[in-house]
Design a protein around this ligand. Structure first.
Ligand code: ADE
Length: 251
């Protein structure tokens, strides 16, 4: 998979040289290239922002550097890769594990990291008229810019790209995968630590009992912290009825 990132802070993406994704890059499974937006601003101060049209607080990113940067990245794309442009934004669609799975099948992703009050709307309109553009939020809170959100999305997507994670089975039993429940708690040795025991069932060698216990833990934990994720047919009878926005259970 090819991934390009455009940002005024390329240094943020040094984190993606570490760990699994860093190894996948060394092996050539993921080809990640980071571009400095300021390289596409031509005045003495390499200006990328200006005051908002119509007035108001903050600054808006100018369209010209973005146009040059994205044209240059897209000119390098392979002929039939059909790159998808992703702009992290608190105003975008919410990025979930399902989104990560969908995007892991793409050949070429381009992340455009906005700062300040955002990017001039005409940049989105221009590239949406020429190809695929999606605004994506990583949650209902506001970051200072798209860099951290892009790193989160690249990690979530990248680890699902075939060949990045050594044992693909380890991807299956995770929170938000398969049945959408949260994962069960994990333990390792020693069997007793600071008077705290590993649950005896995990040391019993009874694989069926272990599987049952883990599934119960997943349902219990999900009901406690994220009841809206529990499928309605897994809910206790008394919680099945209501259908309001904050009601427990999904269909
Ligand atoms: N930029 C600022 N806040 C963001 C968020 N929550 N998700 C994605 N991009 C953002």
């Amino acid at each position: 998979m090819r991934i390009d990132v455009v940002s005024i802070f390329p240094g943020y993406f040094d984190a993606l040289e570490l760990s699994l994704l860093g190894k996948a890059r060394q092996r050539g499974v993921i080809d990640l290239r980071v571009h400095d937006l300021r390289d596409f601003a031509h005045d003495r101060h390499r200006t990328v922002d200006d005051t908002p049209a119509g007035g108001g607080a903050g600054m808006v990113m100018k369209p010209e550097p973005w146009g040059e940067a994205l044209d240059s990245v897209l000119a390098e794309a392979e002929a039939d890769a059909d790159p998808l442009l992703i702009f992290p934004s608190p105003a975008g669609e919410v990025f979930t594990q399902a989104t990560a799975r969908e995007l892991a099948a793409e050949r070429h992703l381009v992340f455009g990291c906005g700062r300040y009050e955002g990017i001039d709307q005409r940049v989105f309109d221009e590239y949406a008229s020429r190809g695929r553009v999606r605004l994506m939020s990583i949650g209902d809170y506001v970051l200072n810019g798209g860099e951290v959100a892009s790193i989160a999305m690249i990690e979530a997507i990248g680890r699902l790209v075939p060949g990045v994670v050594g044992n693909p089975e380890s991807l299956v039993e995770e929170s938000h995968e398969a049945d959408g429940l949260l994962e069960y708690p994990s333990y390792t040795k020693p069997a007793r630590w600071r008077d705290r025991e590993v649950p005896p069932v995990l040391l019993s060698g009874n694989h069926a009992a272990i599987a049952t216990w883990r599934q119960e833990q997943r349902v219990e934990r999900t009901l406690r912290v994220r009841p809206e994720l529990v499928p309605r047919n897994m809910l206790p009878e008394e919680l099945r009825g209501s259908r309001g926005r904050h009601a427990a259970g999904r269909d």
